[in-house]
Write a protein that binds this ligand. Structure first.
Ligand SMILES: [Mn+2]
Length: 319
C-alpha cells in the first residue's frame, strides 16, 4: 500500500513527523506547505487504499478530505492539537487529538512513542511557543542551559521558516527542510552542522531588525496590536514577532496584522500568556478565522471588518 505523510510545514509538524519516522521508518510521499496552508488533505482526497499519516493540521479544517480518504478505504493515523470538532467514528481512523493549550503535536507523538526521541519533541514544543513546557521537559533530561537554549533556537528557526503567504516567501520549502533534518537523530548534531540552519539564522536576524522598528498601532491596558508592511520579510517574521511581543508583555493579548495582496488582512492573535483563552472564539467570529484557545488567526479579514475586529479584540480581553 502506498504511504503518504501529511504534515504542517512548521517546526511542530516537522518534528512530529521526524520522531514518528525515526521510530517507524517508512518511504512515503510527503504533503506539506506553508504553516498557514492547513487544508492539506484536499490535495490527496482522491487517493484509494493508502496509509495516510496526518500531523498538526486541524481535523475540522480537513474533514471533507478525511471523510473522502476513509470512504476510499485508506487507513488514517491522525495526531493534532487544533480544534477538531466531532471526530468521525471509523475503524480505519486512529485519532490522537488533544486540544489542551499546553500541548502540541510533537508532544502528543512523544507520548505515543514513549519519549523515544524526546529532544526533537522539545524542539517542536519550542517552535509552537510552549516555552515553559519545553524548558520543563528539557530540565527533566538534565540538559545544560546552553543546550536548552540551542533547542529553543532550533525550534524557533524551524518555525520561522514555515511562515509566509506561499512557498516563494520561505527560505526553504518545508519538505526540503524536513529532508535535511531526516538524517539527524540528535538535534544538537543538526544544530551544529546544518548550513540551512545557518541561513535561517541570518535571514531571521535581518527580518527581525526590520520588525523591531515597528510600534503598536493600538495599545491599551490589556491588548496590543501591531501592523507590519505587506512584504515577504513581514510574512516570514510575523509568527516569531508576535510571540516575542507576547513574551515582552505576558499579561496582554496581542494581535498582528499584515495585508494580503488582495486587500484583505491576515491577522494573528495570541491570548495573554498567563491566561490562554479566547483567541479561537474571537477569530472564529470572523470569516476565515480559526485556531486554538491560546493562538488563533483570521486568514483574510475584509477591510471593512477591521474596526469591528479591533473592538472585538479589546472586548474579548477587557477585565
Ligand atoms: Mn502545532
Amino acid at each position: 500500500m502506498k504511504s503518504i505523510d501529511v504534515f504542517n510545514g512548521d517546526a511542530d509538524g516537522l518534528c512530529a513527523l521526524h520522531q514518528l519516522r525515526m521510530t517507524e521508518p517508512r518511504t512515503a510521499q510527503l504533503v506539506t506547505g506553508v504553516k498557514r496552508d492547513i487544508q492539506l488533505l484536499s490535495r490527496i482526497e482522491g487517493m484509494h487504499h493508502a496509509i495516510v499519516t496526518v500531523l498538526d493540521v486541524s481535523l475540522d479544517s480537513n474533514r471533507q478530505g478525511l471523510l473522502a480518504l476513509l470512504t476510499n478505504q485508506c487507513r488514517v493515523f491522525y495526531a493534532d492539537h487544533h480544534f477538531a470538532g466531532d471526530i468521525p467514528k471509523n475503524h480505519n481512523l486512529e485519532a490522537h487529538i488533544d486540544t489542551h493549550p499546553e500541548t502540541c503535536t510533537s508532544l502528543i507523538v512523544d507520548r505515543l512513542i514513549n519519549g523515544k526521541h524526546r529532544l526533537w519533541s522539545i524542539v517542536g514544543a519550542f517552535g509552537d511557543n510552549l516555552v515553559q513546557k519545553a524548558r520543563q521537559k528539557a530540565k527533566a533530561l538534565t540538559l545544560a542551559t546552553a543546550q536548552i537554549n540551542q533547542l529553543q533556537e532550533l525550534g524557533e528557526l524551524l518555525n520561522y521558516n514555515g511562515y509566509g503567504a506561499s512557498i516563494a516567501d520561505l527560505h526553504f520549502a518545508p519538505q526540503i527542510l524536513y529532508e535535511a533534518v531526516q538524517p539527524f537523530e540528535n538535534p544538537f548534531d543538526f544544530y551544529h552542522q546544518s548550513l540551512m540552519l545557518k541561513q535561517l539564522r541570518t535571514g531571521f536576524g535581518s527580518d527581525m531588525d526590520k520588525a523591531r522598528k515597528i510600534s503598536p498601532i493600538l495599545e491599551t491596558m490589556v491588548v496590543r496590536l501591531f501592523r507590519l508592511p505587506a512584504e515577504s520579510w513581514s510574512r516570514r517574521i510575523s509568527g516569531v514577532f508576535i510571540n516575542t511581543k507576547t513574551h515582552e508583555k505576558p499579561s496582554k493579548a496581542h494581535a498582528l496584522v499584515v495585508a494580503n495582496t488582495d486587500g484583505t488582512d491576515r491577522i494573528s492573535v495570541r491570548a495573554p500568556l498567563n491566561n490562554k483563552t479566547g483567541a479561537d472564539a474571537l477569530c472564529r467570529a470572523f470569516p476565515t478565522g480559526g485556531g486554538r484557545t491560546g493562538a488563533a488567526g483570521v486568514n483574510a479579514l475584509p477591510p471593512d471588518c477591521f474596526q469591528n475586529f479591533c473592538k472585538a479584540f479589546e472586548k474579548a480581553y477587557a477585565v
